[in-house]
Design a protein around this ligand. Structure first.
Ligand SMILES: Cc1cc2nc3c(=O)[nH]c(=O)nc-3n(C[C@H](O)[C@H](O)[C@H](O)COP(=O)(O)O)c2cc1C
Length: 373
């Protein structure tokens, strides 16, 4: 679509600053597991996959859920950041990308909890038995399996919780050491930290279960540990599920309390997703279906809010940031399907994107200033 010269500058293509992190525009690439690591180490796949996304013109690239301990991987092929080998593999990928792209790079730090030890999604994604070579015993706040046929997770001891908290912090140290710009803590989608938050999965009777304050305690301890371990000038954000889409589950009111508690502790941004905790969740899927949750969270906090989920059209993304429903949008499947989505959105809306000089000659002559040259 030709650029209309007197169009107002679209909000989607205005810069945004979080702490010292300067984003060229409001488009962030959401974390996406690609199940292509070996023993937690990134491979050439990650170089190719993340490399192409780093040339997309988005404002921020977020590396997939990266396990802080081997048992925290969803599958045996997940990326990890828990020893020198996984750190070296991440460094190699990041160094290569950095040679050719100055897009800021975030990493999502995660522990999959009771949803760990799963098979690859394209092999059905079911739980792999603990005694299988590709499986292990899962761990969670309470011994409640995800599927009734799953082997139940082990209830975490206080000592093991300390070890996991420290592993999150150590992963943040490793991330800073290789030059990652920002860390996102994964507290969504039914994984370990979300399963502490939700009363459906947290049935503990100690100080980590029961009241909202107790259920938030471990995720907040992890946040504090990561915040203390990551350089003070760099961004730490958190991804939440704003509802379990299930009766008796974690809900929006509790999410607001959690967001406020995070903000008080120095959280720089919150990424608002939903679901993933309960097998019988009922999600009313439609375009922007999670944006209303982002809007409510945004009204309750001062930190920047990222909206995500079925955001596919440039005008739709522009409306989300222009109306102030959220500060940034996150794209996952949308940008996998069209890795040049930011270019196409800029063309449609009359914005400008950064593009590698090697690609400048691809600009259609009708779009004189699509690329920031
Ligand atoms: C292939 C794939 C992998 C994903 N992996 C992660 C992940 O590692 N961490 C996470 O928080 N969400 C993950 N998600 C969820 C996305 O980040 C995003 O929230 C969700 O897909 C909705 O956005 P979309 O409609 O643009 O795809 C994944 C989604 C897809 C499609």
């Amino acid at each position: 679509m030709p650029k209309v010269s007197n169009m107002p500058q679209p909000q989607l293509f205005t810069p945004f600053k979080i702490r010292n992190l300067e984003l060229e525009n409001r488009i962030t690439i959401a974390p996406m597991c690609t199940y292509s690591a070996v023993d937690g180490c990134m491979t050439d796949w990650h170089l190719i996959h993340l490399g192409q996304l780093a040339l997309s013109g988005a404002g921020l690239l977020t590396i997939e859920a990266t396990a802080v301990v081997p048992e925290g991987r969803i599958t045996y092929a997940d990326v990890g950041l828990y020893d020198d080998a996984t750190e070296t593999a991440l460094r190699r990928t990041l160094d290569s990308i950095r040679k050719w792209s100055d897009m800021p790079v975030a990493i999502q730090l995660a522990h999959a909890g009771r949803k760990a030890s799963s098979d690859l999604p394209w092999r059905g994604g079911g739980q792999i038995a603990a005694d299988h070579k590709d499986g292990w015993q899962t761990e969670a706040p309470s011994p409640v399996p995800f599927k009734s046929t799953d082997n139940a997770p082990t209830e975490l001891s206080r000592e093991r919780m300390d070890a996991i908290r420290d592993a999150f912090a150590m992963a943040a140290v490793r991330a800073a050491r290789v030059g990652i710009d920002s860390v996102q803590i994964h507290a969504a989608h039914g994984y370990l930290l979300h399963s502490f938050l939700s009363p459906l999965t947290n049935q503990r009777t100690d100080e980590y279960g029961g009241s909202l304050e107790n259920r938030m305690r471990f995720p907040l301890e992890v946040f504090d540990a990561v915040r203390a371990a990551f350089p003070v000038d760099k961004v730490v954000s958190v991804r939440v599920s704003a509802t379990d889409w299930h009766d008796g589950g974690w809900n929006l009111e509790e999410t607001i309390e959690f967001a406020r508690a995070l903000e008080l502790r120095g959280c720089d941004a919150i990424n608002v997703s939903t679901g993933g905790l309960h097998i019988d969740q009922k999600i009313p899927l439609s375009p922007s279906y999670q944006v209303p949750f982002a809007r409510v969270v945004k009204a309750a906090v001062k930190m920047p809010v990222v909206a995500v989920g079925l955001i596919t059209e440039p005008a739709q993304a522009e409306a989300i940031v222009a109306t102030g429903d959220a500060d940034l949008v996150g794209l996952a499947r949308t940008i996998l399907y069209d890795p040049r989505w930011p270019w196409h959105a800029a063309a449609a809306l009359g914005g400008e994107v950064a593009a590698a000089p090697q690609y400048h000659r691809s600009q259609p002559s009708t779009l004189k200033s699509l690329f920031k040259i």
